[in-house]
Design a protein around this ligand. Structure first.
Ligand code: F0G
Length: 358
């Protein structure tokens, strides 16, 4: 099997003979069949696309490798993005690998006191820093950070690496190809989280292209999950102060808004909001009954699927793919708030057995 997204899907990507070769062996993530949740929901064909197994722990690597290759081709040596964490981790890794300079702008929260922490998951921050990026925590939310980065990159010789860069969408669409390649056709439903809305746009593009190329006989319905406090597309208006425990999708004015609504409308799908409580309970259920630890944003689509099944909106025979966009290891702080802490014990095997009721 070719290594990396570019080698595997070169013919479908904007890659020419003079594009430099870049890879971190991203993509080719497993499509894991549900053992327990599907049965409990009465769904016979439920799968999880486990994107947390990408080299930096999220789906962002698929688009980043293409964007970085194209930026290097055009002579760029400085990359910049605004991020809720995963994009910055990914960009920083590929910049490190190719010797480019990485500048990351993360939200530090609006109107907070001096010394406040970046409003992104700690392990994502540690990735960007370890890969050697310069990290700026800009006062304000993600939407302001992106606006600022777009402004700066339009005036300076710095490559914009957010998903408004079309190469990002091109790379990310390969996840749709992989799903069709694994199943032999497109599924009935693809359920995924929606933040800045690049990924739902990319998946829909991927499915349409594979369909047009005769690699799939049908198209899936695209189902997007937003968090209730950060659901501009569901509300039909930007959210000035988005709030949700799922920091990856804490976005009030998605850059690819139109791409998301087109994917929804053209596919006959839906975009709906789930509460933080639903997200956290889906996250624990996924870990505890499937052995799949995904970050909170990645649990949002499962939360939505559970609701749609309860409301009788998904047929039992439907082939459904839930995209787990990022690893649970990205955000241990949120996860640890929702589980029992370890039991501290001073004793021997006998006392241990007693405590364990063996
Ligand atoms: N899931 C995860 C784990 C994410 O990190 C993101 C976005 C999404 C879902 C939503 O994808 O933005 O294409 O709709 N994270 C971006 C970032 C915003 O900066 O890492 P989207």
């Amino acid at each position: 099997m070719p290594v990396g997204v570019i080698a595997r899907y070169r013919a479908h990507l904007p890659i020419g003979p003079s594009t430099p070769e870049v890879d971190l062996s991203e993509g080719s993530t497993p499509l894991i069949r549900s053992r327990n949740i599907g049965r409990a929901l009465g769904l016979r064909h439920l799968y999880f696309k486990y994107e947390g197994l990408n080299p930096t722990g999220s789906f962002k690597d698929r688009g980043m490798v293409v964007a970085v290759a194209r930026a290097l081709e055009s002579g760029s040596k400085v990359f910049m993005c605004a991020s809720t964490g995963n994009t910055s981790a990914s960009m920083a890794a590929y910049a490190a690998r190719t010797g480019a300079r990485a500048i990351v702008v993360v939200p530090s929260g609006a109107g907070r006191a001096q010394g406040s922490q970046p409003q992104i998951a700690m392990n994502k921050l540690s990735q960007a820093l370890m890969y050697g990026a310069k990290v700026i925590a800009l006062r304000g939310n993600f939407d302001f950070a992106l606006e600022t980065v777009r402004d700066l990159t339009s005036h300076y010789p710095v490559a914009l690496m957010n998903s408004v860069n079309p190469a990002r969408i091109e790379g990310q669409k390969t996840a749709a190809f992989e799903i069709v390649d694994a199943l032999g056709d497109a599924p009935d439903y693809v359920v995924l989280p929606v933040g800045n809305a690049g990924n739902i746009t990319a998946y829909w593009k991927g499915f349409r292209e594979y369909h047009a190329a005769g690699k799939a006989t049908r198209l899936p319905r695209m189902v997007g999950a937003q968090a209730e406090g950060a659901a501009p597309i569901v509300d039909g208006a930007p959210v000035a102060d988005p709030k949700t425990v799922a920091s990856a999708i804490r976005i009030g004015n998605p850059a690819s808004w139109e791409g998301a609504t087109s994917a929804r409308d053209e596919s006959g799908g839906t975009i709906a909001a789930v509460t933080d409580t639903e997200i956290l309970s889906a996250q624990i259920r996924l870990a505890g009954s499937e052995g799949l630890f995904a970050e909170p944003a990645s649990a949002a689509p499962l939360a939505l699927l559970i609701r749609l099944v309860r409301d009788g909106k998904v047929e039992k025979e439907a082939v459904t793919v839930v995209v787990l966009t990022g690893s649970g290891l990205k955000d241990p702080d949120v996860a640890l708030k929702n589980v029992e802490p370890p039991v501290e014990l001073d004793g021997d095997a006998r006392t241990l057995a007693k405590v364990l009721k063996l």
